[in-house]
Ligand binder design. Structure first.
Ligand code: GN1
Ligand code: MG
Length: 362
């Protein structure tokens, strides 16, 4: 992609375009992320363009990150939290022609992986996300704003799916008939979510909400976790959001874009490592109700992601970028296969959860 970054955006951070080099990095669907090298000093930064079609209130993102950064620097001064840098005029973003940009520190000697290839990486990543939750356990999450309203509200996602069913063209609905039926057959996950949603023992916490492996930086030599990145959806939520998205994205060797469904299966050793890493931080903090919902977190997130892909397919693929017309339908099939695999392995996975909870107590 050709980059056209306005001079004024760079100027806001004291940079001049002829002295910088830009390379596109990251694989997210939503924002544009670039590695920026200042050629005169060799300093590196991460420059990011915020997609305001998705994040309609960039100020809320900036406020949330600043509030959490202030809390962490006071209470956990040694914790590495890569908040965006302030511009020369002290702003958290550079706003130009209605475009929002921000510059963040580049963390040297780390890697962001696109796929996991060892259980240890699952352990390290889960530990990093668990650590962020633990350090923010006493932070009042109601001080943060939702950066996307209803982002992980399964009830809303189900409503959006039903609305899409009402407006989709018959030909599109016909193609998705099997997946629509599957979506309806898993409605018990929604009922379970609604049953717990307002339970006092199921608190709101500060959640990251996008815990895929590429959002954790690992030491490039040892692969030990260094910090988490991509803080756009740092906002109030339930613990099932973070743990669930780790299950969705760490347990299968292949991503949501894999179309050969015979390849979609659960790596039990990765699950065990992930649970161990997460509970090494959150084991003493989760409530009794939360502990019961550990495996449910995977059901909840995978089901929600399948609904979101299916809804987007029915709506004509207006949200998730696609490379071919049926891609969101294929992603839906992939996620339903994954969900089925999680249920099929339920008893062995529950044993692992139980064993890790017991280990935590002794
Ligand atoms: C989007 O852009 P990326 O990959 O970080 C989406 C997530 C989905 C994910 C599925 C703001 O995340 O919720 O889980 O795609 N983010 C937003 O690949 O919608
Ligand atoms: Mg993201």
């Amino acid at each position: 992609m050709e980059l056209t970054i306005d001079e004024n955006v760079l100027k806001a951070y004291g940079l001049i375009s002829k002295n910088i080099k830009l390379q596109q990095i990251g694989s997210g669907h939503i924002n544009g992320t670039y590695l920026l090298t200042n050629l005169s000093t060799s300093e590196k930064f991460v420059l990011q363009y915020i997609n305001t079609n998705v994040f309609t209130n960039p100020k809320a993102i900036a406020n949330n990150i600043q509030a959490v950064a202030a809390y962490l620097s006071k209470n956990s001064p040694n914790y590495l939290f890569p908040a965006p840098l302030l511009s020369q005029s002290g702003e958290t973003m550079a706003i130009h022609d209605g475009e929002y940009w921000r510059l963040s520190p580049f963390i040297a000697d780390t890697v962001a992986l696109d796929t996991l290839n060892s259980p240890k990486q699952a352990y390290e990543a889960a530990k990093q996300f668990g650590k962020l939750s633990r350090l923010l356990n006493n932070f009042d999450s109601s001080k943060l704003e939702a950066t996307i309203v209803g982002f992980h509200d399964l009830e809303l996602r189900f409503e959006q799916f039903k609305a899409a069913l009402n407006t989709a063209q018959d030909a599109v609905k016909d193609k998705a008939a099997q997946e629509i039926e599957t979506a309806l057959s898993f409605q018990h996950i929604l009922s379970q979510y609604l049953e717990f949603k307002s339970n006092a023992d199921f608190p709101n916490r500060v959640m990251h909400h996008d815990t895929k492996i590429s959002n954790v930086l690992l030491d490039k030599e040892t692969f030990v976790g260094v910090c988490v990145i991509d803080l756009d959806t740092l906002m109030p939520g339930k613990f099932i959001s973070d743990l669930g998205d780790m299950m969705r994205t760490y347990l299968c060797e292949f991503s949501e874009n894999e179309t050969d469904l015979s390849k979609i299966s659960i790596r039990v050793d990765y699950f065990a490592a992930m649970i161990e890493g997460y509970l090494s931080e959150m084991g003493d903090i989760l409530t009794a109700t939360e502990k019961e919902l550990i495996l449910f977190s995977g059901h909840y997130i995978i089901y929600m992601q399948a609904l979101r892909f299916l809804t987007d397919y029915l709506n004509g693929s207006v949200y998730y970028p696609i490379h071919y017309p049926e891609q969101n339908l294929d992603r839906t099939k992939n996620q339903f296969k994954l969900l089925g695999e999680l249920f099929a392995n339920e008893s062995v996975l529950q044993e692992i959860v139980k064993a890790n909870l017991v280990k935590k107590q002794v």
